[in-house]
Design a binder for this molecule. Structure first.
Ligand code: IMP
Ligand code: MG
Length: 171
């Protein structure tokens, strides 16, 4: 039986998102912000985050999938492209976890071809210890050194996204 060890509570998540949302709202004042969530893992984080960004902005989604089980396959597949026009606009990519950085680096590479004015990254969890590619993560809610986590949108083989808080999964 898998074991779920509580790591980050619902309250801690909401408190941190309120801060990050306010920071984003200040930084993007007067800019043309488009917040783009990376499916599927970021869907719950995105929903909570945008409600804390009090300036006008638009929301879109991009679908990218890279993981099978707990190991990166090194391949990323685009399952959904953004619908909004991004040319000349300020894109904030919202990701659930930045681990090796391979996934977000490829998404950024792809987004650049759509000629936005700027691209920044906001992640719920930054696992910087395992980073393989050099990328700047401008907004990060929580940092984690090791372990595989589930809940609050994050999955293990598509399960456990519905858990309301973040847990360390021991298989
Ligand atoms: P990267 O390409 O190694 O940076 O992997 C990032 C992607 O892997 C994220 O979008 C997550 O969906 C997934 N991922 C990485 N670590 C975890 C984890 O601990 N739990 C759930 N998903 C994870
Ligand atoms: Mg993901």
């Amino acid at each position: 039986m898998p074991e779920f060890i509580p790591l980050i509570s619902q309250q801690e998540i909401q408190d941190r998102i309120r801060w990050i949302g306010q920071e984003i709202a200040q930084d993007y004042k007067g800019l043309d912000l488009v917040v783009i969530g990376v499916l599927k893992g970021a869907f719950i984080f995105l929903a909570d985050l945008v409600r804390q960004i009090t300036i006008d902005h638009e929301i879109d989604l991009v679908g990218a999938s890279s993981y099978q089980g707990t190991l990166s396959t090194g391949q990323i597949v685009f399952t959904k492209q953004p619908d909004l026009e991004l040319k000349g606009r300020d894109v904030l990519l919202v990701e659930d976890v930045v681990d090796t950085g391979q996934t977000i680096a490829k998404i950024v590479e792809f987004m650049k071809r759509l000629n936005p004015r700027s691209i920044k990254i906001c992640t719920l969890v930054d696992k910087s210890e395992r980073r393989e590619v050099q990328i700047n993560v401008e907004y990060s809610c929580f940092c984690l050194d090791e372990g595989f986590i589930v809940g609050y949108g994050l999955d293990y083989n598509e399960k456990y996204r519905n858990l309301p808080a973040i847990f360390n999964l021991k298989l």
